[in-house]
Design a protein around this ligand. Structure first.
Ligand SMILES: Nc1ncnc2c1ncn2[C@@H]1O[C@H](COP(=O)(O)OP(=O)(O)O)[C@@H](O)[C@H]1O
Ligand SMILES: [Mg+2]
Length: 375
């Protein structure tokens, strides 16, 4: 392709060969959601039944995928029997593309339904104030529920699952969050709280304190009662949670899973990408490769051509300044891509140019797909 950053190492088909799960990770705003959708479209165009789990897609992308609402169940977007305007625009689709926009709260509720011993117990947990706070807290629960959804969909008959990941402030947040939460729900902390001599029970002892009574009066929230009840309700399920956590761990480490690192070529994201990839490798996660998104294409400005053109001098000057700015960006990108290559050796490294405002609908995703699959 035409970026002066050199040739791509491999393409998306190689990146995904033999994988059933692809997890797109990377810093916020680098293009994870877009890349996940483009990879999914690309593989559906190559005959697979693919589902993409998106999180917080930009409105335009959601519209392009026909995801107007959060319904937490995959919908067929392209291929299969469905034939609408979108499909007509993509005659070459031989597989199926399904998409779901993650609803963390619903995913959490469904998990409780599945894990609770009886529907009554599930209903009581879902009514509990502490549970409602926990499942409604967007930060943290998105990471956890994304993995949970993945686990659930892995039991269906998709050939490939592409998982987008939340707009984490830093890469570690995503990798650690599911573990943190499952460790809490399934692990020793709860048991400790629930022991008669544990902190939970001691907290109960102070439940009668005037301060808490006043708080209850003012806020109407009976925190301690809710908390104790929550811990008791969930207490019997910790075994189930840890078993599930272990199965999710196994799924994420499977050789048929691949983490795809998405980054831009800007200096800070590149630094974070290097760190992210090293962390994945160190925790023996199956690393598939890197996609460098939004790389500024090198367009050689011809000073002479502008100088000789019949444009008014002021306009010509501004054009030249513009071209120079662009060249600076393109050079920076090229240097950063070179840095990544040096660090990552001959691992797959794919380049996607910046498409500017052209990325508006399915056609835009198909363009990105073309870059990724090098067609
Ligand atoms: N190759 C590209 N060219 C142009 N715009 C892009 C490209 N990739 C992503 N974008 C735009 O960048 C913004 C962030 O992308 P998004 O996929 O939502 O990132 P993330 O999921 O990592 O936060 C979106 O507005 C998207 O349309
Ligand atoms: Mg996103």
């Amino acid at each position: 392709m035409s970026t002066a950053a050199g040739h791509d190492q491999g393409d998306a088909a190689q990146l995904l060969a033999g994988r059933r799960i692809c997890v797109c990770v990377g810093a916020g705003g680098v293009g994870k959601t877009t890349t996940a959708a483009a990879l999914a479209i690309g593989m559906a165009m190559r005959g697979l039944k693919v589902v993409v789990v998106t999180i917080d897609p930009a409105r335009r992308l959601a519209n392009a995928l026909g995801l107007e609402s959060l319904d937490n169940e995959p919908r067929r977007v392209l291929g299969g029997e469905r034939s609408d305007a979108r499909t007509a625009a993509m005659p070459e689709i031989s597989g199926e593309l399904w998409a779901v926009m993650l609803d963390p709260k619903r995913t959490f509720d469904e998990l409780i339904d599945r894990v609770a011993p009886t529907p009554q117990r599930a209903a009581e947990i879902k009514r509990n104030g502490v549970y409602r706070q926990l499942s409604g807290a967007v930060a943290g629960s998105q990471e956890f529920t994304a993995i949970e959804k993945l686990y659930e969909l892995a039991e269906d008959d998709y050939d490939l699952l592409v998982l987008d990941t939340p707009p984490a402030h830093s890469a570690t947040e995503f990798l650690n969050a599911p573990g943190r939460l499952t460790a809490f729900l399934g692990g020793g902390a709860l048991q400790t709280l629930l022991r008669p001599t544990g902190l939970g029970m001691r907290l109960l002892g102070i439940g009668a304190s005037p301060l808490l009574a006043a708080l209850r009066l003012v806020t109407g929230v009976d925190l301690l009662t809710d908390l104790t009840r929550f811990l008791t309700l969930i207490g019997g399920m910790t075994g189930e949670f840890s078993a599930r956590a272990a199965r999710v761990e196994a799924l994420l480490h499977a050789q048929t899973t691949g983490f795809v690192l998405v980054t831009t070529a800007q200096t800070h994201p590149v630094q974070e990408a290097i760190w992210f990839r090293d962390t994945l490798r160190a925790s023996s996660m199956p690393f598939a490769g890197t996609i460098v998104n939004r790389v500024a294409p090198v367009v050689a400005p011809s000073t002479q051509a502008v100088g000789e053109s019949p444009l008014p001098a002021a306009l010509a000057d501004r054009l030249l300044a513009c071209a120079e700015d662009h060249a600076i960006l393109a050079n920076r990108d090229r240097a950063n891509v070179a840095r990544l290559r040096e660090r990552f050796g001959d691992e797959p490294l794919l380049i996607v140019p910046d498409l500017d405002e052209r990325l508006t609908d399915v056609d835009g995703l198909v363009m990105i797909q073309r870059e990724l699959f090098r067609v």
